[in-house]
Design a protein around this ligand. Sequence first.
Ligand SMILES: [Zn+2]
Length: 641
Amino acid sequence: MAEFLFDRMGCAKCGFVGSLLIIVISSFFFNPSLSAHPITQDAGKPRVVLMCLSAHPDDEDGATIAYYTRIRHIKTYETFYTRGEGGQNVIGPELYRELGEIRSEETLAAAKILGGKAYFLGFLDFGYSKTAKETFRVWGGNDNVLQRIVYMIRALQPDVIITNHDTITTLPYRQHGNHQVVGITAYEAFTKAADPTYHPEQFGNGVGPWQVKKLYFRVLRKSELDQDSLVTIPVNMKYHGKTIQQIAWKALKQHRTQGMDKLNFSDLPEVFRQPVYKLILSDRKYPYNPNDLFSGIKPSVRPSGTLPEKYAVALKPFSIFVHPKYSLLKAEGTSHDEFHFKIDTYNHTGSPLYVAAFVNHGRQRVFDEHEELSRAIRDSIVLSVEVPSSSAAADSLVFTCVPLDAKKMPGLGRSTDVARLRRVTAGFDRKDYIGLVGTYDNTLEQTFDEFGVKYQLLDSAMLASGKLNKYTTIVLDIRGYLYRRDLVRYDKRILDYIRNGGNVVCFYNRPPEWNGHLYAPYPIEITEHRVTEETQPVTVLEPENQLFHYPNEILPVDWDGWVQERNIYLPSGDTTLTSSRYHRLLAMSDEDQHEPSTSLLWARYGRGTYIYTSLALYRQVKDLNNGGVKLLFNLISQPRH
Ligand SMILES: [Zn+2]
């Protein structure tokens, strides 16, 4: 099997110094049901079908799905346009593609509870998007999106389609561009799926034009209610002793990366607890029933449809992800650079995986190793790789894997991930001693470890009664006021620390955990505003502020190469909500927008200083973006008074 892998990689071991240590840490996780064959619908029996369209995992209408599967025994499909890889992850460091894998698993676990069958269209969740136009562009154009959802409709033959992404009857407000595209294409697909001239190449294998009977949009704003024609789902009905609402709640909690398991049911607005729908399109007039989306639709026998594997397979057969994605190349003069990598594998093949790692130095391979992993669905190994500094020109390590039984499973291909090696010129003050209130992301710890910044993680005992004034700066990591209840409890001690000459850097929080409290020295009201175009120019509003000069001189080039977004959850620009005592240090906006200049706030308080920043700095630091790391070090290197 090893030969197979290396044959195909064309790899030859070059005998360069290199050592590899592999330790299997853990194998865990559930096995989502996975079909490797085209799906055949059970033909012959008259029936009706429901389909729910969602942009991301956790957007599905759980209660409605549970009601129709559990109480009404109606076949229900959940179609997700993306796997949610652009979202945040509040339970771990995995982001992007790997987050998509984890969110797919969460979705399948939720679907199992709801009784629905989940499919993914495979569009990329590229982060928060403000407009449908941008989303359509990234997803290959309007017709590329439309024809894919039309194909799903033609193959799965739903009578009723629901979605909560209404952008047809309501204004987009500040809705996610991905949501807007679901609303728009759901509306257009109603007609196009039945049109025999629209993408006729899709026909065959039981797939033909299909007329959906009704399209409903979920009503999320009470003020727009038109009481006469709304359908309210009876969520208090019971299935095996649990109400439909309770089943939906349990399913929603599976989306742990999105913090759903930490929500309180009673905190949810009524519109989220009680699904209500508005009929948008129908192929003819049906009798109205205030509690049923299917009123007037008779079960029918339909052709046996098949769905090709690329749509039916909910997850990729296997994937490999390496952490960290970026590693620091040490200063010249050392003989070796040693790197540690955690490799996560996701494996639905049933075969053990075979993993190889190699380093390219120019065109030459200077290091390679390989190891067999278990057949477990989730597995992790740790790799230590020593690369001679003389090969410092090597700028990446490649990791690739194939199933050990690949010959028996042709066509599965391979999965590859790359770790990049980068030099960073950022410096920090050697006198710095950081107190870190950590949350769910480990970027800061990893960075401090890698650069040798002295720091200590602050636990509850330390926050409650430890001597805080030994720290030059205390850093409150992202969403600290949600994830550290002890921080909420002892926030007064943080304020005292500042008054006595300390510096605090507070990374972003979301409105629910922050607004209505006074955690900062002076009021800050957080909004959902953000600057999502990471290439937008940045204007320094107070160029003389030492945050831009010590210990690193921040240059215009330091704002280049950012990823995903500039900032997120900006404080309000209104000085009656966000105190004018804060100096506003930076200005930036998406094209044609006017976002408030509140991404970096700085204030004196007592003898110390307080910084609140909604810059998406952790994403840049994770990638070892030189400017991002320089700015981070400047924030933590304020002199203590
Ligand atoms: Zn969404």
